[in-house]
Write a protein that binds this ligand. Structure first.
Ligand SMILES: Cc1ncc(COP(=O)(O)O)c(C=O)c1O
Length: 443
């Protein structure tokens, strides 16, 4: 029996309590990579809860990558975390998964017509001379200047290259901030970005749930609030101007840093992108940008602009840990920005998303309610959980993976589907929508 205890007096749902405790057991090493999890039916009986409580916890942990499952073979702790007692033979071989086409919120569409610039960038890297020692931990100066120019032009964030730091993506920027912030809890939108939640927990802090669509009126005792104001992840709403001001005033009053995750803000096709929150208060907001949506997630590049009062500690931490992206990747991004590649792929992707979004809406609208305006490369649909699960199963049978809204929720009680449309081809998208619709019709 797992050493967990659920408290019915605790306002958090039983499934979240169970997921939190299993996560803590893995983090503490009490459960190690390869350890088999009890069957959901047995665990439910042991704990005196319904099986759906255990399934909700397992779904959450599966989505976060803490546990793995294969149909018919059971569930076990993901192999090799912290290197502890991993049993490679029992690790999941994701044969079925690899074949699934991802309709997730994060996979962008990249226009292959611009590949010539991409190739030129790598040719330039191959003929340039790399630095002989550890390079500037803040990032290549010419890259920081180009990123600053683009932030001013596209995000209303007037900074020069000196203020920009190049990171290995949003997550790296957040980890560097967590390394220098007070060890107090961090507030994260609920539903919200699961990787941010995982990183806050891994930093040894607790997460405070911020109801995603409500103004933030209290951050007392929090080191920071992690938000996605340009396109709330995953509900899709733009944070209204009044709520932006309330958030900044609350953060100032309570001494918390606002961490702005600006992951896909450029991909609005109805209105112009809302300027970055950081443009309203550079002293209160740490800005996190990424190349993952506009260029490629596998590039592992991003940028941050952090308030001056944390900048020295932030830089010292990065210099100490040598935690900067590889020089060749930074050097390639210099060419991609300089030669207009990024602007061109963003423009074409925006056109593609603007064409695909109404197709997705037309297909799913008769069966589900949109959670927020469609922007970026995904749409989020509200549905009873059981229907969402059935629709997802129908998509999976047809070879597509979509995510459940519940997997992004902690205390929020929302259910439905998060349907991405950046990753598939046009034909795949049609097939996936047919499969989802047939699943929704059946349920
Ligand atoms: C909310 C959110 N923020 C940031 C990112 C990008 O993270 P990274 O820059 O680490 O690839 C994603 C990717 O899906 C995301 O969904």
């Amino acid at each position: 029996m797992l050493p967990v205890r659920l408290d019915r007096a605790d306002p958090r749902p039983l499934g979240s309590q169970l997921a939190d405790q299993i996560r803590a057991l893995v983090l503490s090493g009490a459960l190690a990579g390869g350890d088999r999890m009890p069957a959901s039916r047995r665990l439910a009986t042991d704990l005196g809860v319904s099986r759906s409580v255990v399934e909700q916890a397992f779904d959450q942990l599966l989505a976060e990558g803490w546990i793995e499952a294969r149909q018919g073979a059971g569930t076990w702790v993901a192999g090799g975390r912290s290197g502890a007692r991993s049993r490679p033979a029992r690790r999941r071989t994701p044969v079925v998964e690899r074949a699934l086409v991802m309709l997730d919120a994060g996979t962008p569409w990249i226009d292959p017509r611009h590949e010539a610039v991409w190739r030129r960038a790598w040719r330039e890297v191959s003929t340039a001379t790399p630095p002989r020692g550890y390079d500037d931990p803040r990032g290549l100066p010419e890259l920081r200047a180009l990123v600053a120019e683009r932030l001013g032009r596209t995000r209303g964030l007037a900074v020069d290259g000196d203020a920009v730091r190049i990171t290995s993506g949003t997550g790296a920027g957040l980890r560097h901030l967590l390394a220098v912030l007070p060890r107090d809890p961090v507030a994260v939108e609920d539903p919200g970005y699961r990787a941010a939640v995982a990183m806050v927990l891994e930093s040894g802090r607790s997460v405070r749930d911020l109801p995603a669509l409500e103004p933030v009126a209290d951050l007392a005792g929090c080191a920071a609030a992690y938000v996605t104001p340009a396109h709330q992840h995953p509900l899709g709403r733009v944070m209204p101007a009044a709520d932006r001001l309330t958030l900044l005033a609350t953060a100032r009053r309570d001494g918390a840093l606002v961490v702005e995750d600006d992951y896909d803000s450029e991909f609005r096709y109805d209105v112009a992108p809302v300027p970055a929150l950081a443009s309203l208060d550079r002293d209160r907001v740490a800005y996190l940008g990424t190349a993952s949506k506009s260029i490629l997630p596998s590039l592992r590049l991003g940028w941050t602009v952090v308030p001056d009062r944390v900048l020295d500690r932030f830089d010292a931490h990065r210099a100490l840990t040598h935690d900067a992206p590889p020089w060749p990747v930074q050097r390639a991004l210099v060419t991609l920005l300089r030669d207009g590649y990024v602007d061109a792929v963003v423009r074409s992707a925006r056109r593609t998303y603007a064409e695909r979004a109404p197709r997705v809406v037309a297909a799913l609208e008769p069966y589900a309610e949109l959670a927020g305006p469609v922007a970026g490369m995904y749409s989020t649909w509200l549905l009873p959980h059981a229907r969402a699960v059935r629709a997802r199963a129908a998509a999976e049978e047809a070879g597509f993976r979509v995510n459940l809204l519940r997997d992004y929720c902690r205390t929020a009680r929302l259910s439905g589907l998060v349907v991405g449309f950046g990753g598939p081809t046009d034909d795949e998208l049609d097939l996936a929508l047919d499969a989802l619709v047939s699943g929704l019709r059946r349920s």
